[in-house]
Design a protein around this ligand. Structure first.
Ligand code: COA
Ligand code: AMP
Length: 629
């Protein structure tokens, strides 16, 4: 069937379409209702069904003919080690660790925060939670203690799982002091922590609260899979919102399993037994969906890579992994390819490797610029697919679905709506824009299985943030247009979220941190274009009257403060001290205009600007720190 036929059917008969896809999953009890729409605007998939996500990801393969097939390959150039797990071995590890969690009192519905580097134990911890019906919440290692504490207070975990350290290139980053500090700051306290001691650093343990992973798993009885309701939460993943308080995106068990499994063949054209590699981090949605769950639910082999595209040890790292492990399809962010291209523009490292088994590259996480797309295509000589999605949806909203039909590529566009998604571009009054006209990108409800049903214990914020702009539609937060052929073009965000190396960050959150400094009267953070990372945050601050200290001293403190409060991942390093900020007459800071100035783009003088002369001052300040050239 053509893409068009499949897509049309998915919208005309969503229940029939997804009921068929649900046959790819093993259920203890089939759903009574495929799509429950009795409580709009909340929709629930596979109501009444019971399953276990870990059973579907591991046991059914381990016991069903794939027991000796590799489930997970851990490749770590930063430690010079590799470990391989068959489906049977991974199931057994997970069952033992699930037993260790159960020994600490974790049962169905309890939350477990996982703060881990890119080691197999991160995936083991996630799957172990799924096995006993606990809800995991993985927090990315590049976040600071305060960000971790915010998530502890919201998720209220019974247990936390961590490791002694992460390794960033050649640097060992101790995790345990961050974990201890976060628990100190948080008002909620977990009962216990389970810590994986890595040879590169030894975590100091608090008697009675902290337990050694290996000892705890060794002493535990393997736990069995616990049936959960399709609508029960599998995980919470916090993502940046427009304030400093992150949003707890909830993922259910049933809809998620069905969508993940379906996407592996239809979107990525991967078959059971193939090797699939998502070079991301388990702390992001890409890691949840495409390092851990989808490849395993599909019976494929997944790769967990602890390294970077460059410097571990060279820009040939990706090609080595692809050829050494027989990767068929890879997924990463465009920034990784920009990093490789910068160091090895003629792809000389590629000549060393046999890439004959490699069939496709998928890119997402940020806009894919046509230059990067062209370079990847010319270099790898395989289809390069830009696809668009977000933490909230959990899987692709727009893509060139290689498993259905390879449509013509338009560089700069993530192609067309994935089956199940009815994407519309609306104007401020809720009317559909004509082709080519930019508007808000919305998804008509119901969204397909796998998308967030709500925010963790916050239905009101879910409705307010996503469903209140236009009745019956989900607000993606992106702006763009559809062309005459139905291709989507994602142009920018409509909120203050920026995308730094594929990492989603809130400028509002950074402004809150800057404003907390005693010398700062006012501030703004904008996302300025960056050749490598897509965007980088730039701070503009007005100091309080009477501050006598050197600007550079205050700037150094502000940079350190953002690193300490949000984390190194924010990559906040550029600050300009200005006399005043440009505002509208009603007092709204003109961030959009400042961004245009920073990016050296033409801008229109805002009609409502209070004092146009300020823009010259801003331009000069931005020039001083390397922008607005
Ligand atoms: N734990 C602790 N610190 C971390 C971390 C972690 N898990 N991950 C990143 N950091 C730190 C880095 O060490 C760096 O610190 P620094 O300021 O001291 O150098 C900072 O956070 C920024 O990290 P990163 O964005 O990774 O930048 P980089 O300069 O080290 O590497 C790229 C640049 C492009 C190579 C890198 O961003 C990359 O590989 N991106 C791939 C994209 C990706 O995985 N996106 C996820 C969504 S698909
Ligand atoms: P995250 O939730 O971290 O995955 O970030 C999601 C956001 O990243 C989206 O809302 C977009 O703004 C941006 N994004 C992700 N993929 C793409 C893409 N292929 N093209 C353009 N923007 C993208």
């Amino acid at each position: 069937m053509s893409y068009k036929d499949i897509y049309t059917r998915s919208l005309k008969d969503p229940e029939g379409f997804w009921a068929e896809a649900a046959e790819g999953i093993d259920w203890y009890k089939p759903a009574e209702k495929i799509l429950d729409d009795s409580n709009k605007p909340f929709y629930r998939w596979f109501r009444g069904g019971e399953l276990n996500t870990c059973y579907n990801a591991l046991d059914r393969h381990a016991d069903g003919g794939r027991g000796d097939q590799l489930a997970l390959i851990y490749d770590s150039p930063v430690t010079g080690t590799q470990r391989k797990f068959t489906y049977r071995e991974l199931r057994d590890e997970v069952a033992r660790f699930a037993g260790a969690l159960a020994d600490r009192g974790v049962t169905k519905g309890d939350r477990v925060i996982v703060y881990m580097p890119m080691i197999p134990e991160a995936a083991v911890a996630m799957l172990a939670c799924a096995r006993i019906g606990a809800v995991h919440s993985v927090v990315f290692g590049g976040f600071a203690a305060k960000e971790l504490a915010t998530r502890i207070n919201d998720a209220k975990p019974k247990v936390m799982v961590s490791a002694s350290c992460g390794i960033e290139g050649s640097r060992v980053i101790e995790y345990k002091p961050l974990l201890d500090e976060a628990i100190d700051i948080a008002s909620h306290k977990p009962d216990a922590t389970l810590i994986y001691q890595r040879p590169q650093a030894t975590a100091s343990m608090q008697q009675g609260r902290d337990f050694d992973w290996v000892e705890a798993a060794g002493a535990a009885t393997p736990a069995a899979c616990v049936p959960v309701a399709s609508t029960d939460p599998l995980y919470i993943l916090y993502t940046s919102g427009t304030t400093g308080i992150p949003k707890g995106v909830v993922r259910d068990n049933g809809g998620h399993a069905v969508a993940m499994k379906w996407s592996m063949k239809n979107v990525y054209d991967v078959d059971p037994g193939d090797v699939f590699w998502a070079a991301s981090d388990v702390g992001w949605v890409v890691g949840h969906s495409y390092i851990v769950y989808a490849p395993l639910l599909h019976g494929a082999t997944t790769i967990l890579f602890e390294g970077k595209p460059v410097g571990t040890p060279d820009p040939g790292a990706f090609w080595r992994v692809i050829s050494e492990h027989g990767v068929k399809v890879m997924f990463t962010a465009p920034t990784a390819f920009r990093a490789i291209k910068r160091e090895d523009p003629d792809a000389e490292y590629l000549q060393k490797y046999d890439m004959s088994g490699f069939k496709a590259l998928f890119l997402a996480g940020e806009r894919c610029d046509p230059d990067t797309l062209a370079w990847a295509q010319d270099t790898l000589k395989v289809p390069v697919v830009d696809h668009w999605w977000q933490t909230e949806t959990g899987w692709a909203v727009a893509a060139n679905c290689l498993g259905i039909e390879h449509l013509p590529v338009k560089p700069g566009s993530p192609t067309v709506c994935v089956p199940g998604y009815d994407v519309r571009v609306l104007d401020e009054n809720g009317n559909e824009e004509a082709p080519g006209e930019i508007g808000r990108i919305m998804i008509k409800l119901p969204m397909p299985p796998g998308c967030l049903p709500t925010l963790w214990q916050n239905d009101d914020r879910f409705v307010e943030s996503y469903l209140s702009a236009n009745d019956g539609y989900y607000l993606t937060g992106d702006a763009g247009y559809k062309d005459e052929d139905g291709y989507l073009w994602i142009m920018s965000r409509i909120d203050d979220i920026i995308n730094v190396a594929g990492h989603r960050l809130s400028t509002g959150g950074m402004e809150e941190v800057l404003a907390s400094h005693p010398d700062v009267a006012e501030c703004a953070v904008i996302g300025a274009a960056d050749k490598l990372k897509g965007e980088l945050p730039v701070g503009l601050v007005v100091l309080k009257a009477g501050v006598k200290r050197a600007d550079d001293d205050v700037i150094a403190e502000l940079v350190a403060l953002v690193r300490q409060k949000i984390g190194p991942v924010a990559a906040f390093k550029k600050v300009a001290v200005v006399e005043r900020l440009p505002k509208t007459r009603s007092g709204k800071i003109l961030r959009g205009t400042m961004k245009k100035i920073a990016d050296s783009q033409e801008y229109k003088m805002p009609a409502t600007i209070d004092d146009p002369a300020i823009l010259d001052e801003i331009t000069q300040a931005l020039i001083r720190i390397g922008y607005a050239k």
